[in-house]
Design a binder for this molecule. Structure first.
Ligand code: PLP
Length: 417
């Protein structure tokens, strides 16, 4: 997807220098081809078992990305009414939407009922009753799944680990049994599945298989109580390569999971986010100022933690590469910290990178397609970046850069007396 032609970095058939000239920096740039390939690889790997991929919208919710995935037949995993609205606007089928999240509000539940989504992934007894009550008042029947917390350690960053007892997500396997029994007695609910999601950026197969084993024992117990399920949703969390991680090979993942299902009839569901979009995107930024003290060299760029917060939030490592390779005779390589202009010491994008840098150089921060723009903010009154989609030889602006006016468009001053 990324390759160089005479030293110039290209995404598909488009030069990233050209994109920076056309759309400015900082800009997120996504490859439609890479997104399609990642979705298709997942889909093909499970061809031997009925399945549905529900792309986790929160990883990158740009309408053009959702539109691309909807056209491939993807379902969607949403965590808010806003995400449901995006899916609908992008042409996604609400009948292939699952709704996750620990704090669904009444209006969100009502909106999802009205749109006939495929399943509510329920995370507590209180939420189960709330959904049942709202469905009853609107003469609807809510399809539900209980999110179980299988208490497995996914060996990932603590902030993105969700399947341990101490996390706020889901209910224990024992409590799930009681909840299913309660749900079975409520006319406004229809039990359709079970789900779990144990964390993000997981690079080992074992946590997924451990979670599935626990979920399957619940499925068997439920069957003994005459509660049958249509699907088993194993969530997302499949890790990608940012640096030297070795991601799980998707074919290997699929065969191990289908084998563990040992002929059970339930369809499988997955909610991948990161693995569909992370490596399909880059953040383009321009070097503004170079400064050095006795200890360090800093390259201050025009992107910052408000644009890409992963390095500051999770100490995440993302590759930084020049958009144009230099000829011999360029300034020698040195160790640089790539930082933004925000007034926080935590405002860095990368540390200690060997690069030959000059002011006005263009840099690409790789693997920025997931949890990039979606986590951006206006901190320091910085307008948010543009987003660009590349498809073959074409490139489209899929979100305009915010203007200064946009920054306070929703604000007002108090009346002057
Ligand atoms: C965040 C999330 C996902 C997606 O996780 P990835 O690591 O991006 O695959 C899927 N399901 C749920 C419930 C989530 O919260």
């Amino acid at each position: 997807m990324l390759h160089r032609i005479e030293g110039d970095l290209h995404m598909e058939q488009v030069s990233l220098r050209k994109i920076a000239e056309t759309h400015g920096t900082p800009s997120f740039v996504y490859s439609e081809g890479a997104i399609t390939a990642a979705y298709q690889a997942f889909h093909d790997a499970f061809s031997m078992h009925p399945h549905r991929i529900c792309y986790a919208v929160k990883a990158n919710s740009n309408l053009a990305i959702l539109q691309t995935l909807a056209a491939l037949g993807s379902g969607f995993d949403i965590v808010s009414g806003g995400e449901l609205a995006r899916v609908l606007r992008a042409g996604g089928d609400p009948g292939s939407v699952v709704f996750s999240g620990v704090g669904k509000q009444d209006w969100e539940i009502l909106f999802a009922l009205e749109q006939h989504i495929s399943c509510f992934n329920v995370e507590s007894a209180s939420e189960l009753r709330r959904i049942a009550r709202l469905a009853a008042t609107t003469d609807a029947i809510a399809p539900i799944s209980i999110r179980v917390n299988p208490d497995v350690d996914p060996n990932t960053h603590p902030y993105i680990s969700t399947g341990l007892k101490e996390n706020k997500f889901g209910v224990s396997v024992e409590d799930a049994m009681t909840l299913y029994q309660e749900a079975a007695g409520l006319d406004s609910l229809k039990i359709v599945g079970v789900d779990c999601h144990i964390g993000s950026q997981i690079t080992e197969l074992t946590p997924f298989l451990d979670a599935l084993t626990r979920v399957l024992s619940l499925v068997d117990e439920l069957e003994a109580q005459a509660i049958t399920l249509e699907h088993i949703d194993l969530g997302g969390g499949i890790g990608v390569q940012y640096r030297d991680e070795v991601p799980i090979e998707i074919g290997h993942f699929a065969s191990a999971i289908v084998q563990a299902m040992s002929g059970r009839p339930q369809s499988l569901m997955f909610e991948p986010g990161r693995m569909i979009v992370a490596n399909a995107g880059v953040l383009l930024t321009t070097v503004n100022t170079l400064k050095s003290n006795n200890e360090k060299n800093f390259a201050v760029v025009d992107a910052a933690m408000n644009d890409l917060i992963r390095p500051a939030l999770y100490s995440a490592w993302q590759e930084v590469t020049p958009v144009t390779l230099k000829d011999d005779g360029a300034s020698p390589e040195r160790h640089w910290d790539i930082v933004g202009p925000i007034c926080e010491t935590g405002d860095f994008l990368a540390k200690d990178r060997m690069l030959s840098l000059e002011e006005d150089d263009l840099l690409a921060i790789l693997s920025a397609g997931a949890y990039g723009f979606v986590m951006s903010s206006n901190y320091n009154s910085r307008p948010r970046s543009a987003e660009v989609l590349v498809s073959g030889q074409e490139h489209y602006c899929v979100r305009k850069r915010e203007t200064i006016e946009d920054l306070f468009a929703l604000e007002s001053m108090k009346p002057v007396s």
